[in-house]
Design a protein. Structure first.
Length: 192
């Protein structure tokens, strides 16, 4: 039986929310494995993604054109907002019809769009955990479903500048290491 996107996103959120709650204010300017973002900007980006992909699940337009500033605009509440928004993300993707047809203005199959946000939620949670010295272990069911989906999307994502070139990993690499590598991340990345 195929795991629903709502279930997968709920499982990913359970792992991501503690990471974002664990980011202290003194780490917000630290670098991340996602080179174009420091911690603050990546947290803003991830929250924007979570909100916009709620709209896409509901077959509504999303706004990716603005640069969000959730962390600076609500320094005391952005972590709680992330928890609320990820819960809503899982809820809207669990709704009847969310995985059918195409999603929003992307014109892609809805389940593919669901995998896009699942990838961001999982990989960016790792980025933020690694940047801030936290542990992160993704849900095994998420990894099992995400690995083939991201591998299939990788060429288009690279062409659009979303993923970097794949990174080589050793024979002892985990399934999650392979996911990180296909997105252009070095699984052994640590802050300088």
């Amino acid at each position: 039986m195929t795991t629903t996107m709502g279930e997968l996103l709920g499982a990913a959120a359970e792992q991501a929310v503690p990471v974002l709650r664990g980011i202290s204010d003194d780490r917000l300017d630290d670098p991340t494995p996602c080179a174009e973002y420091e911690v603050r900007a990546l947290a803003d980006h991830l929250l924007q993604v979570v909100i916009n992909f709620q709209a896409l699940a509901e077959k509504k337009p999303a706004d990716f054109g603005s640069v969000p500033r959730f962390v600076d605009e609500d320094p005391a509440g952005w972590r709680d907002r992330f928890a609320r928004e990820t819960a809503r993300l899982a809820e809207v993707w669990a709704a009847p019809g969310a995985e059918e047809g195409t999603a929003g203005q992307l014109g892609l199959p809805a389940r593919t769009v669901g995998f896009m946000v699942l990838g961001d939620l999982t990989v960016h949670a790792w980025d933020l955990a690694r940047a801030t010295g936290q542990d992160f272990t993704p849900d095994p069911a998420v990894v099992a479903e995400l690995a083939p989906a991201l591998a299939a999307m990788a060429p288009m994502a690279r062409e659009n500048g979303v993923y970097g070139e794949p990174v080589e990993v050793g024979a002892d690499a985990t399934a999650f290491d392979h996911i990180l590598a296909v997105t252009g991340r070095d699984p052994s990345w640590r802050p300088a």
